[in-house]
Design a protein around this ligand. Sequence first.
Ligand code: GSH
Length: 242
Amino acid sequence: MVLTLHHLGISQSERIVWLLEELGIEYKLVKYVRDPVLAPESLKSIPGNATGKAPFLEDLDAGITLSESGAICEYIMAKYAGKDDGIKLNKKFAEEGYVDYIYWFHWVNAGLQPAMLGSMFFDLSPLPEDDQTKAWTNGRLHAALRHIDERLRDSKWLAGDDFTAADIMVVYSLTTQRYYGPLVGYEKFPNIVRFLKDAGEREAYRSAMEKGDPEMTLLIGAEAPKQSILAAGGVGSDIWKK
Ligand SMILES: N[C@@H](CCC(=O)N[C@@H](CS)C(=O)NCC(=O)O)C(=O)O
């Protein structure tokens, strides 16, 4: 039996659809629509989905279910990637780019994504623009964006010349995440813009987005969205649609 990926529209689970498309692995995609922001009951109630969130993976032959996009990437790559000299999207210990690979792969959900979420929540709060905690939070976001922009000034992909799962992990946080906030543009970050263009031109990215979120306008450019899905009341609004 093939892997089953439970994918919530306009969410971090796009990372796993993309990974599977890059690796050319056969899989079953089960899609869910937000209700109207959080996960619907049908996703939360799948046996084994303790967090109720997406992505959620089932490898029924192996008796395994798994949450967390980073862990799911690692699992799929450990099981399938690079077998018989096939496509490999990670770096092994002592291989060139290994340290950069593990650093950026983990930094995404430990550094960038929390910084994006912090600013997302502050943008929704009624605090005045000159509030000190808001300024700290936005400072943290801009420091994170500067950090990745500087890395991408010197390197085509995050781990070096080779495209890896670290790039897949980062792209959601820089693109689709902005539909919820922060409404940040990348005009001051030319290397992020170049990176997103390169990522967005990958065939597997295009087919993943077409399969997972065919109605969504991709936020792969520098421009910030005008309004957040949260401010618009959820996915029933059409601000994210093509
Ligand atoms: N750290 C987790 C985050 C998972 C997560 O927050 N998923 C969101 C979609 S982006 C979700 O399922 N939200 C629905 C909800 O919270 O009810 C990962 O990387 O997979």
